[in-house]
Design a protein around this ligand. Structure first.
Ligand code: GLN
Length: 280
């Protein structure tokens, strides 16, 4: 049976709402645009069009995935983050809007060299380099599959010449360099909090979300060696969970970092800890 775009959207809206999808209307608009090969803003002009059988089949398929709580980024193959579109697969953490604040804070000071620990899709590092075309970056991740996604994103954004990616257990394979800036969004979710997360998170790599310990172990590990890789007055910026500000600040204090500040995201949630290397 043929259906109009509008009827198809209405019908699937009920299905997605029943499945507990948070922003069903927005997601359906994007899924319909994907199905028809048009821009999302064009959907309102096409509401009376009739879906042909192959379009109907594609729309049914993508909606079934979304109802199974597959993240939008895995269905569409990308996530928009900061100013760019990044390739995203189940091998990397899905870039979050709250992480954009870390990028904005990094831009508050100049840097010529930047290291991203646990780069995943490369979204933080590549957003930084895209706006600082004379800067150079190094991105590391323990996952070879993540590194290959980050490299694809660098190529897509014409940034490959500005960046080197390495498979590395934090600093283990980082070339001995003094960076002006180190950024990291490490896995920080306490294992006990994993069950409270949205169902979409189950489609992401678990090791990119939790440290299987107390949520803080990666901050401790990074803080221990970060001085060796920071230029005098170099900055270290960590993304943190909303309740980790005091604990992460204490870890940095114990390792002689200075100017330790906890900064909020746009929802006013503590989201970043910034600090500076102790040597002048
Ligand atoms: N902000 C992510 C979340 O709450 C976690 C990212 C991370 O562990 N680094 O789902």
């Amino acid at each position: 049976m043929t259906k109009s775009v509008q009827d198809a959207l209405k019908q699937e809206n009920q299905v997605l709402v029943a499945a507990g999808v948070q922003c069903a209307t927005r997601d359906l608009r994007l899924l319909m645009a994907f199905t028809l090969g048009v821009q999302p803003y064009q959907i309102s002009l096409l509401l009376n069009n009739v879906l042909d059988p192959s379009q109907q089949a594609i729309f049914d398929q993508v909606c079934a995935k979304r109802a199974a709580r597959v993240p939008m980024s895995h269905i569409l193959g990308y996530r928009d983050f900061y100013e760019h579109r990044f390739i995203v697969t189940p091998d990397v953490l899905d870039p979050r809007p709250e992480t954009e604040i870390l990028v904005s804070l990094a831009f508050e000071e100049d840097f010529m060299t930047v290291l991203d620990l646990g780069t995943g899709s490369g979204c933080i590092l590549l957003s930084l380099l895209a706006n600082r075309r004379l800067s150079r970056g190094v991105g590391v991740d323990q996952s070879p599959k993540a590194i290959s996604i980050a490299q694809r994103n660098a190529a897509k954004l014409h940034l490959s010449k500005q960046v080197d990616f390495f498979v590395s257990d934090w600093f283990s394979s980082v070339p001995i360099t003094k960076f002006d800036l180190i950024v990291s969004n490490p896995p920080y979710i306490h294992p006990n909090a994993m069950a409270d997360l949205s169902l979409e998170v189950l489609h992401e790599p678990e090791f990119a979300l939790t440290d299987y310990s107390d949520g803080l172990s990666h901050y401790r590990q990074i803080a221990k060696s970060a001085h060796n890789f920071l230029a005098p007055n170099g900055r270290l910026l960590f993304e943190i969970g909303f309740d980790q500000g005091p604990a992460v600040s204490a870890i940095l204090f114990d390792h002689q970092f200075r100017d330790i500040t906890v900064l909020p995201d746009l929802d006013n949630c503590p989201r970043v800890v910034a600090c500076r290397s102790s040597h002048q």
